[in-house]
Write a protein that binds this ligand. Structure first.
Ligand code: ACO
Length: 330
């Protein structure tokens, strides 16, 4: 294992999950599905659903407040606030500005990163670049997703997969060995239409036809996404280990994007990572897009599973397609 000095480290994390639990049994009364089908194909048993009045910015702000408090940093000490979301409360302005206003990060530059499920990893990399060039000292990376607002509750092939929630990480310049040691990122826009929202943007603004076709909701070619997700996450994991000078055995804990237990297991198998080292909570939250990794890290810390000195592998795949992996010493 080679030793590199990291530029930045994750100092603290936070998470926010809405109280309301929607079980697979609850879904049986909404669409034609069964608990058995959902568990067998996805590993998901329940997910959180935010009430209509709860915004993505609110959930992100709650997660951010916890991360700030744990780091002993006040909101006005944040230089850069990055929000990753596929479910902005409004299309203009950026949700980062809404989170900024809610937490009072009045000295921060605030903008969004749209990387779908890979958005948290992309956000960490933007933070790393910003901080390592001396533009600031403290960055908050917030991933917040109100997926319940963009799924089609009449489409059983998608609505059973997603959930709402937010996670946050406070990032600052590393003083020692803790931090981001290696990254790998990739995107492929040619495959955008395997997972997207056809209407509702500037190309096809919402009108009566859109509402009738329900084309402002998420559309997904599940099998195609599955195949690409496994291949991309496994390759990205292998690539980042190589770049970092780590062997598979050097990895202590893996935080994969939590979309589906079968994707997680197949990725681990192809990358040669034993499942005992893989953190899984998709059964309780479903796919919270970019919020899955920070929520998982925060839970692992609380459970005492994530410990100082551990070598972590973060890996994600999402709409775009986007994907990436990160090697982190905790
Ligand atoms: N309940 C019951 N039956 C269902 C449901 C449901 N919720 N959804 C689909 N079915 C039916 C289909 O209609 C189909 O019926 P048919 O054979 O009569 O036509 C049958 O189940 C099989 O459907 P498939 O789509 O072939 O099932 P598959 O085994 O591929 O599983 C799934 C579907 C779970 C969506 C899978 O393809 C998958 O996980 N894909 C990845 C999608 C994903 O995770 N996307 C998240 C965003 S990207 C990311 O985060 C990585």
């Amino acid at each position: 294992m080679t030793t590199v000095n990291p530029f930045v480290e994750i100092v603290s994390t936070g998470r926010y999950l809405p109280d309301r639990i929607m079980t697979n049994q609850d879904l049986e009364s909404i669409v034609q599905t069964t608990d058995e089908w959902i568990v067998e194909r996805t590993g998901i048993r329940e997910r959180r659903v935010a009430p209509p009045e709860m915004t993505a910015a609110y959930m992100g702000a709650e997660a951010a407040r916890i991360a700030l408090e744990r780091a002993g940093v006040t909101a006005d000490g944040v230089d850069l606030l990055i929000v990753s979301t596929a479910t902005p409360d409004r299309l203009l302005p950026a949700s980062a500005c809404d989170v900024q206003a809610l937490i009072g990060a009045s000295n921060a530059v605030a903008f969004d990163v749209i990387g779908a499920c890979t958005g948290f990893i992309y956000g960490l990399t933007v933070a790393e670049g910003y901080l390592s060039t001396g533009r600031g000292k403290i960055t908050l990376v917030v991933a917040t997703e109100k997926m319940s607002s963009i799924v089609d509750w009449e489409d059983r092939t998608t609505c059973v997969l997603f959930g709402d929630g937010a996670g946050a990480a406070l990032v600052r310049k590393s003083e020692g060995e803790r931090g981001i040691l290696g990254t790998h990122h990739q995107s492929d826009g040619k495959l955008a239409e395997l997972l997207y929202r056809p209407a509702g943007g500037a190309a096809i603004p919402v009108d009566q036809d859109v509402l009738r076709d329900r084309s402002h909701f998420v559309k997904m070619a599940g099998r195609g996404v599955f195949k690409h997700a496994v291949r991309a996450m496994a390759n990205s994991s292998i690539e980042v280990l190589e770049r970092t000078g780590w062997e598979v055995d050097d990895v202590d804990l893996v935080f994969p994007h939590q979309a589906n237990i079968r994707i997680i297991e197949a990725t681990a198998r192809y990358a040669g990572l034993p499942m005992e080292k893989v953190f899984v909570n998709v059964d309780r939250y479903g796919n919270m897009s970019s919020a899955t990794i920070p929520v998982a890290m925060d839970e692992a810390l609380e459970e005492g599973r994530l410990k100082p000195g551990m070598n972590l592998l973060l890996v994600a795949f999402g709409a775009g397609f986007t994907w990436g992996a990160m090697a982190v010493r905790w």
